[in-house]
Design a protein around this ligand. Structure first.
Ligand code: DOR
Length: 410
C-alpha cells in the first residue's frame, strides 16, 4: 500500500501532533510522499483508505540512538532487520551509532553505510560518525568530510573519549562544521567535564543514555545557565531499577547499568520538567549465544525499538508520571531539535512520516516475534498497553499490524 497512486487517506484517527498544537479527530491525506491535507478530507480523494478510528495518528517517531551493527556484526543485526524493527515500533527515522566493525570514522565508510541503507532500509537512516579514528579516543576524525558526506552527529558511543584535550579539540572541530555531538555518558565526572568544555567552546553537546540523578542535576544546572546542553533517557532506565534485574540475567546488562529508584525518579522528573528532552532506545542487539555467556562475559546492551513507546506508555503515561505530550515530543521534536533536523509533523506539506498507535491495545512482549535479530529484551514476558499498528515512511505503508509491507523503500 502506498500513496504513489492517487494517494492514501488515514481516516478518522486522533491527530496528535504537539509540535503543531494539533489534537483532535481528523484525517490525513498523503500524496507523493508528503502530507497533502490534514484535518477533514473527503473519502473519494484517495485510492487507499486506512480506517484509523480509535487510533492516535502521530508524527513519525524518531529514535536518535540505535545500533544497526552493519557492517561487521550482521549476526547481531543488519540495516534491514534493524529498520524493520524500527517501523514495527513506530519509528520512521533512526540515527545509528558509529560503533560498527570497522567503526564509521571516514567519509567513505559513512557513504557505504548510507548506500546499504538506501538498498535495504525500510525506515530513514541518519548516520552518526565517530569522534575519533577507530573510536580509540586519540586522533580526531575529519568531521568536515564526514559532515559533508551526510553525518547527522558525531558520537563516541560505546567508548568515551577519556582524554580531555582530545574532547576539547573535538568540540571545537564540531563547532567549526556545525555538527551536533552526542556523547556517551560515563558518570557525573565526565558530564561535568564535557559541560565545561562545551561552555568554553560555545558549542552544544548532547548526553546519551543519562541514568543517574547526579548527571541529571548537572544537565539541569547547565540548562538553567542557558548553555546548549541536552540529554536523553532510555525506556529501560526510565522503567527499571537494578533491583528489577534477575541475578545473572544478561538481558538486563547494559552500559550504563540500571540504577536506583532515586535515579529513576530523577530521570522521570527531568523528562516532565523538560530537562531531558529526548527518549531514545539505545537499541543494542547482541546474538543470543553472546548474551547466553556467563554474565561477566556477556556484552552489555539491550534492544528497544519494538517496545519503546509501549514501555513508556505503560510505565510512565498510564502511571501518570509523563504526559502523552511529553512522550510524543521526546520521540519527535526533541531528537529532531538536537540533531538540527526539521520537526516531524502532521502539517500539510510535511514529509509523510506517520505513526499509528492504539493506546488501548494490550500485548505481551515475546522477543521471538521481533523483527530485530536481537532477543536481549529486559521486558520479555511483560504485558504492555499501547501498540503501534501502522507506520508510514515517506508516504509508503512500511508496517501494518506487524507485517512489513515494503522493503528497500525508505
Ligand atoms: O549497553 C551498551 N551497549 N551501551 C553502549 O554504550 C554500547 C552498546 C552496544 O554497542 O552494544
Amino acid at each position: 500500500m502506498s500513496d504513489r497512486g492517487n494517494g492514501l487517506l488515514v481516516k478518522g484517527g486522533r491527530l496528535f501532533d504537539p509540535g503543531s498544537g494539533v489534537d483532535g479527530i481528523g484525517d490525513v491525506l498523503v500524496r507523493d510522499g508528503v502530507i497533502a491535507e490534514s484535518g477533514e478530507v473527503a473519502e473519494g480523494q484517495a485510492d487507499e483508505v486506512i480506517n484509523a478510528a480509535g487510533l492516535w495518528v502521530l508524527p513519525g517517531l524518531m529514535d536518535m540512538h540505535v545500533h544497526l551493527r552493519e557492517p561487521g556484526q550482521e549476526h547481531k543485526e543488519t540495516t534491514a532487520t534493524g529498520t524493520q524493527a524500527a517501523v514495527a515500533g513506530g519509528f520512521t527515522a533512526v540515527a545509528c551509532e558509529p560503533n560498527t566493525v570497522p567503526p564509521c570514522d571516514s567519509a567513505a565508510r559513512l557513504a557505504a553505510a548510507m548506500e546499504t541503507a538506501e538498498r535495504t532500509a525500510v525506515a530513514r537512516v541518519l548516520p552518526k560518525c565517530a569522534i575519533t579514528l577507530g573510536q580509540k579516543g586519540r586522533e580526531l576524525t575529519d568531521l568536515e568530510a564526514l559532515c559533508a558526506a551526510g553525518a547527522v552527529a558525531a558520537s563516541d558511543d560505546g567508548a568515551s573519549v577519556e582524554d580531555g584535550e582530545v574532547m576539547r579539540a573535538a568540540i571545537l572541530s564540531a563547532k567549526q562544521v556545525g555538527l551536533p555531538l552526542t556523547l556517551h555518558v560515563d558518570g557525573p565526572a565526565m558530564v561535568e567535564r564535557d559541560i565545561g568544555l562545551a561552555a568554553e567552546a560555545g558549542w552544544r553537546v548532547h548526553f546519551s543514555h543519562v541514568s543517574l540523578a547526579e548527571e541529571v542535576g548537572l544537565i539541569a544546572e547547565a540548562r538553567a545557565k542557558g548553555l546548549h546542553v541536552s540529554g536523553e533517557a532510555t525506556p529501560h532506565h526510565l522503567a527499571l531499577t537494578a533491583d528489577d534485574a534477575p541475578v545473572g540475567n544478561a538481558d538486563f546488562k547494559m552500559n550504563p547499568p540500571l540504577a536506583t529508584a532515586r535515579d529513576v525518579a530523577a530521570l522521570r522528573s527531568a523528562l516532565a520538567d523538560g530537562v531531558l528532552t529526548v527518549i531514545a532506545s539505545d537499541h543494542a542487539p547482541h546474538a543470543p549465544t553472546e548474551k547466553g555467556l556467563r554474565y561477566e562475559e556477556a556484552p552489555p546492551g539491550v534492544i528497544g525499538l519494538e517496545t519503546t513507546l509501549a514501555v513508556v506508555w505503560t510505565r510512565l503515561v498510564e502511571a501518570g508520571t509523563a504526559s502523552p505530550e511529553t512522550t510524543v515530543r521526546a520521540l519527535t521534536s526533541g531528537p529532531a531539535e538536537v540533531l538540527g533536523l526539521s520537526t516531524p509533523s502532521l502539517r500539510k506539506g510535511a514529509p509523510a512520516d506517520i505513526t499509528l498507535f492504539d493506546p488501548k491495545r494490550s500485548w505481551v512482549v515475546e522477543p521471538r516475534h521481533f523483527k530485530s535479530k536481537g532477543r536481549n529484551c529486559p521486558f520479555a514476558g511483560d504485558e504492555l498497553r499501547g501498540k503501534v499498528v501502522g507506520t508510514i515512511v515517506d508516504g509508503r505503508v512500511a508496517m501494518r499490524e506487524g507485517s512489513i509491507l515494503e522493503a528497500g523503500a525508505a
